[in-house]
Write a protein that binds this ligand. Structure first.
Ligand SMILES: Nc1ncnc2c1ncn2[C@@H]1O[C@H](COP(=O)(O)OP(=O)(O)OP(=O)(O)O)[C@@H](O)[C@H]1O
Ligand SMILES: [Mg+2]
Length: 592
């Protein structure tokens, strides 16, 4: 308030302002009271706030040679602690003066030794050499010097736990020649130094050069951070990044389990977006038309198979044999016959053994009419048959009447369009999504089976890094023939550079089927997000979850859970950028 205006205030106004200020100060005091802990006790070795005991350590010695990630064990230490680092740049002139003094001392020590007739002390020589090297790199400006402090505060519920944690910390670090001491008689200052105040009240530092300092970068965890790969999420144990290349594991397969709305599709879509950027092709079987926006945004092919669309897949297609795989003559056809028998099971309902044998003969004959036989399966320049031709062959066979009756609707009847035409789609690079939502429910598994067959043919025809995503896999897995096909894919995928992702919410059913279990064992990566209490026990059993991991899965929020890669288990938070979220969310209000 300026002189001028204050003169104009009446006494009453001035009193009112004073009163207002007083009330404001009192209210502030109240806020401080409200957020302050009920008790705080400071003693020589620790601080106690409420029921929490806090002890702070400082580091006072580092090894001579610091390797990258030497703070790794600390970062991966799975308890609550705070760590702060203070880095003070020092004038080179100052440190040069110090080094000169040190060098003189070392030289005089050496000459004293020589005068006494003692032989050279190698430790002394090494020190002289170190100091000289340092002086030269400082003079050239290759290095700078810093004062460097590390403080670590541990938090415990009891005095015993304080002791236990102190010992663990000591073991963790002394194993690497990093020596720590507790901030004796300076508990409070230590606590402040590790708080977010940028206040170093302890002031214990060591000199460190730029090279040494660069190795202290703490946010790399060796557990699941690879040099290349894509970001799967944040490691919730230590806030490091989970960067991973699924093609570098034993097999590139992945399973994703979570209850409905747990964020399965979200996590996988994010992986798709990021994989596409690295040039991986992605094929999705999408039962819910959920991946349409993704295709619209990033480009790609959206194949919607239904009775009214023009897109067709011919189940009689054969892969172009890869020259570098060890396929024997007849393998192509044999594989095709087995797959077609599986398809027939789905189309006709379970076939009896005699029907199966009739069908098998008929399929082989149908192919041979086009010149494709067990001894000559070079398909260059040859046409593959369609369903109609199989039907004609069956009509001429004894005992095939029942089969013909059941097959008719797919050949000339209501469903003929979808199943009895040559393939007219072309699998492009990048993203391809197959949707069957607009298809009648009974036809969906059949169409999905054909799509799988088509993808499998393509995979074997040209080697590329590919990911096949089967969303809501349980829909398919409940049909034994589909389950077998998917398992076959999962098992043999690696050879052809394919990684299969299976997504499911029906954990119990999935695990109940023998193929489901086998798929899990054949998947190097497992992503478990939020689970319902009903499925947790099955999961605990299959994945050998600890009680804590079980707790995490039951209580996590959307997009949180566990990420297993080989033997590594880490907590994960799947995190998308604003723009990624716009593209992949199924929540119509997201970002609005
Ligand atoms: N990591 C995440 N960050 C932000 N939002 C998320 C995340 N994961 C999921 N969501 C949101 O939560 C909702 C449900 O996610 P999603 O569709 O992936 O679940 P789901 O497990 O596939 O469910 P369903 O079994 O029903 O298919 C969506 O609106 C999605 O946008
Ligand atoms: Mg989903």
């Amino acid at each position: 308030m300026t002189e001028n205006t204050s003169k104009k205030l009446t006494k009453q106004e001035a009193d009112e302002i004073r009163q207002g200020e007083k009330e404001y100060r009192e209210a502030l005091a109240f806020v401080k009271d409200a957020i302050a802990p009920s008790m705080m006790k400071i003693d020589a070795t620790k601080l106690q706030i409420g029921d929490t005991y806090i002890r702070t350590f400082f580091t006072y010695a580092y090894p001579d040679f610091l390797e990258g990630n030497w703070l790794g064990p600390l970062i991966n230490w799975d308890v609550k602690f705070d760590m702060s680092m203070f880095i003070y740049p020092i004038e080179s002139a100052y440190i040069m003066k110090y080094l000169r003094k040190r060098l003189t001392e070392l030289h005089s020590e050496r000459s004293i030794n020589m005068d006494k007739g003692l032989i050279n002390d190698p430790a002394l020589d090494a020190q002289v050499q170190d100091v000289e090297e340092l002086r030269s790199s400082l003079t050239r400006g290759q290095e700078r010097y810093f004062h460097f402090s590390i403080y670590i505060s541990i938090y415990a519920d009891s005095e015993e736990q304080v002791k236990k944690l102190s010992n663990t910390l000591d073991t963790l670090l002394s194993g690497r020649n990093i020596l720590t001491k507790q901030a004796f008689l300076r508990s409070e200052q230590g606590f402040i130094a590790t708080g977010p105040f940028a206040r170093d009240e302890v002031g214990v530092y060591r000199n460190i050069s730029t090279k040494g300092l660069s190795t202290t970068f703490p946010f790399t965890s060796n557990s699941l951070s690879q040099d290349d790969g894509i970001l799967y999420g944040i490691n919730t144990h230590n806030n490091s990044l989970i960067i991973f290349d699924r093609f570098r594991t034993e097999n590139a397969n992945m399973v994703v389990f979570a209850k409905s709305g747990g964020g399965k599709s979200f996590a996988v879509k994010l992986e798709i977006l990021r994989s596409l950027m690295l040039g991986t092709d992605v094929i999705v079987l999408d039962p819910e038309n959920e991946y349409k926006t993704l295709v619209d945004t990033v480009g790609g092919t959206y194949v919607n198979i239904n009775l009214n669309s023009n897109e067709r897949i011919n189940p009689f297609d054969l892969p172009r044999a890869l020259k570098d795989t060890e396929t024997k003559s007849g393998d192509l056809l044999r594989g095709a016959v087995i797959n077609l028998l599986g398809l027939m099971n789905l189309m006709l309902g379970k076939c009896t053994p005699s029907e199966v044998s009739i069908l098998e003969k008929a399929i082989v004959t149908t192919y041979s009419l086009k010149g494709i036989t067990m001894t000559d399966d070079d398909i260059t320049g040859k046409e593959v048959p369609v369903m109609k031709e199989l039907y004609s062959v069956l009509e001429t066979m004894d005992g095939a009447k029942g089969i013909c009756e059941r097959l008719e609707k797919y050949v000339t009847g209501i469903f003929s369009g979808v199943f009895s035409e040559p393939t007219n789609i072309n699998l492009t690079e990048g993203l391809v999504v197959f949707s069957v939502r607009d298809l009648d429910e009974i036809l969906r598994p059949i169409a999905m089976y054909m799509m799988l067959g088509y993808v499998w043919n393509i995979t074997r025809s040209s080697l590329r890094k590919r990911v096949l995503v089967i969303d809501e896999a349980w829909n398919l897995m409940q049909y034994e023939d589909c389950a077998k096909f998917i398992f076959g894919l999962v098992k043999r995928a690696r050879k052809y550079g394919l990684g299969v992702t299976t997504i499911t919410q029906d954990v119990e059913d999935f695990m109940g089927s023998p193929q489901g279990k086998a798929i899990v064992t054949n998947s190097s990566i497992q992503l478990l997000l939020k689970q319902s209490p009903a499925s947790i026990d099955v999961l605990q059993n299959v994945f050998k979850l600890t009680e804590q991991e079980k707790y995490i899965l039951l209580n996590s929020s959307v997009g949180q859970g566990l990420f297993f890669a080989g033997t590594e288990h880490v907590g994960i938070q799947v995190l998308a950028s604003y723009f990624e979220e716009q593209v992949i969310t199924t929540n119509p209000n997201a970002g609005k």
